[in-house]
Write a protein that binds this ligand. Structure first.
Ligand SMILES: [Zn+2]
Length: 255
């Protein structure tokens, strides 16, 4: 039985009332920020200089924590005799399902109070394009609910994700999946930036890192992922851009 099955799925779309006092968000993760006592938290050399602290997800041993050893490229290769569209569809479905499970567990910490914007870096907030094509700031839980509901509807749409034999994928499928990938990346980016300490409290960092590394490796292999979305701009870098580089240097991602 998986960790998440034992916790129970929490996927309600109802407005989320804060179940506990808002957890302080961490624009800067201090290395001393509380983590499970089982972890070897690095001791800062200078305890009175809190910023700009290195995010915990870039610190040892968390950055190395994974369920899979070696390069993730090996697990994303197209199996023999499998249609590439089918392979992409089933993997996207799995990434969505797993990320949604994680978010369900973390959602009580991701509230309008704790996360008034969809933050993903010290100077980066993702905005949502509304029906009037205007870019608007949304609280992170609202943004993520929009993404997850939109994607659930897409996955349920037989014209986009056909499940019956004889039905073909639409020519627009690759473009749709790129769009999906970009939004899922933003959810990962927010969770790493704002909720990694809570992931550590759950001792889920090997699971979460593995899921994200798998997502990145798959996205790169099938050209679903734009590096500019992973890294952001020089003035507003995405927090996880540094994580991608670190994992690449460690040989987990592409050489
Ligand atoms: Zn949040």
């Amino acid at each position: 039985m998986s960790f998440f099955n034992s916790i129970g799925r929490s996927m309600t779309r109802a407005p989320r009332a804060p179940k506990r006092s808002p957890t302080p968000t961490s624009a800067t993760f201090s290395p001393t920020e509380s983590t499970s006592s089982n972890h070897n938290t690095p001791t800062p050399s200078s305890p009175v200089v809190p910023a700009p602290a290195k995010p915990l997800y870039l610190c040892s041993p968390f950055v190395e924590a994974a369920l899979v050893k070696g390069n993730f490229k090996t697990i994303v290769m197209l199996p023999k005799y499998v249609d590439i569209m089918e392979w992409v569809a089933v993997n996207v479905y799995d990434f969505y399902t797993n990320l949604n499970e994680f978010y369900g567990v973390l959602s009580e910490c991701c509230t309008q109070q704790s996360c008034p914007t969809m933050s993903a870096g010290q100077t980066l907030n993702f905005t949502w394009i509304n029906q009037d094509r205007k870019s608007v700031n949304l609280p992170a839980p609202t943004y993520i609910d929009y993404v997850m509901s939109w994607l659930q509807n897409l996955l349920d749409d037989e014209s986009v994700f056909p499940t019956k034999s004889g039905q073909d994928f639409a020519p627009s499928f690759p473009a749709t999946v790129k769009h999906v990938y970009r939004q899922l990346l933003r959810v990962f980016a927010h969770l790493y930036h704002a909720h990694y300490h809570q992931i550590l409290h759950l001792r889920s960092e090997p699971h979460f890192n593995s899921l994200f590394a798998h997502f990145l490796a798959f996205g790169r292999e099938y050209e679903l992922l734009e590096m500019k979305d992973v890294k952001g701009s020089s003035s507003s870098p995405v927090g996880i851009g540094a994580l991608w580089e670190r994992w690449r240097d460690m040989g987990i991602l592409e050489a």
